[in-house]
Design a binder for this molecule. Structure first.
Ligand code: FAD
Length: 306
């Protein structure tokens, strides 16, 4: 759900009038699925400026060639935003220059887009894919924002996504705690319900406190985004909200599973999938390490280590 929201915001804010008129009404009617946001490449990982997918201009078209990895929801999408270099890394003054965003009509390029799925246990309901782009044709009006200046739009999307993921983690964490509390109030092993034991209560209470703290950070990040605060400040709070939410969610899902004993791991209790997914959100859309790098260099003004 969140992908389509973020993609639409980008298209509405930075797309050409032609592209907006052509696609947005159909997306709004639910006739077009606009779920793909493709950045990651195998050799570059978190070092996004090093992406190699290239878009060359030919007449009224851009032709995209390259390979993306770990791209979600491609199998069930009609449209997607793909990030490509329009000026090679070696030819730009600043490494974040020369990157552009393209709205790709996946349906029209099915024979030029090859997919192979990467099965994983973190999130089974959504497809994750390697995507080969073989001379994919994109009309020039599907360029989003200015050519070569897409990195800042990408960061704007990334910050909003971090806050959105934080919200998702906070609510999932609370859901898990409530589920486990309900179970613990009923479960009697010795004389009383296990809910009475502090060994059950304290890890859950500790996680609850951290989820609440993460929620305040996410609210703050959201307020900054909505008030068009300086990019640096939005980046800091979006990052730390996501970091705190992922850590709190980890504690919440662990405490919930442990409170439920063996049943915590049974699929039917619907808790273990949140615990599995936590490892994905520790890594994506930004890893905890990359947040620590951001805070070290931007908030604490420490030297960059890489
Ligand atoms: C299920 C799933 C769905 C995904 N969906 C999408 C999608 O739809 N679109 C998309 O574009 N991407 C998607 N991703 C990609 C995800 O955002 C990437 O995994 C991520 O960008 C990192 O790339 P990488 O996995 O190659 O990790 P790497 O960059 O190789 O990093 C590996 C490890 O090294 C650490 N590391 C790297 N550099 C540093 C450093 N300087 N300092 C400290 N630690 C460092 C990282 O934190 C990480 O723990 C998805 C990933 C998964 C697993």
């Amino acid at each position: 759900v969140h992908a389509v929201y973020l993609n639409n915001v980008i298209l509405s804010k930075y797309g050409t009038e032609e592209a907006k008129e052509k696609y947005l009404p159909e997306v709004a009617k639910g006739k077009l699925r606009f779920q793909v946001f493709a950045v990651t490449e195998s050799h570059s990982g978190f070092n996004t400026p090093k992406i190699k997918t290239f878009a060359r201009k030919e007449g009224d078209f851009y032709i995209l060639t390259g390979q993306k990895v770990f791209i979600s929801r491609v199998k069930y999408s009609d449209l997607g935003i793909f990030i490509a270099r329009t000026t090679p890394y070696e030819k730009v003054e600043k490494k974040t220059q020369g990157i552009s965003l393209f709205l790709v009509d996946i349906r029209k390029n099915r024979n030029r887009i090859e997919l192979s799925e990467i099965p994983n246990n973190a999130r089974r309901s959504i497809d994750t894919n390697v995507v080969h782009l073989n001379e994919v044709e994109v009309p020039a009006e599907n360029l989003i924002g200015e050519k070569d200046k897409g990195f800042y739009i990408l960061m704007e999307e990334a910050n909003a996504e971090r806050v959105l993921i934080a919200g998702q983690l906070i609510n999932a964490g609370k859901w898990a705690l409530n589920r486990a509390a309900e179970y613990a109030r009923q479960r009697v092993v010795f004389e009383d319900p296990i809910a009475k034991y502090q060994a059950i209560q304290f890890p859950m209470a500790d996680a609850y406190i951290r989820l609440e703290a993460a929620n305040l950070l996410a609210q703050k990040a959201m307020d900054l985004i909505e008030s068009n605060a300086p990019r640096e400040e939005v980046g800091l709070y979006s990052n730390i909200a996501k970091y705190m939410a992922a850590e709190a969610h980890k504690l919440a899902t662990e405490a919930s599973i442990r409170a439920m004993g063996g049943y915590g791991l049974s699929i039917s209790m619907d808790i273990e999938r949140f615990w599995r997914q936590n490892e994905l959100q520790m890594l994506a859309p930004v890893s905890q390490n990359m947040v620590l790098n951001f805070v070290s260099t931007h908030a604490l003004k420490l030297p960059r280590s890489y």
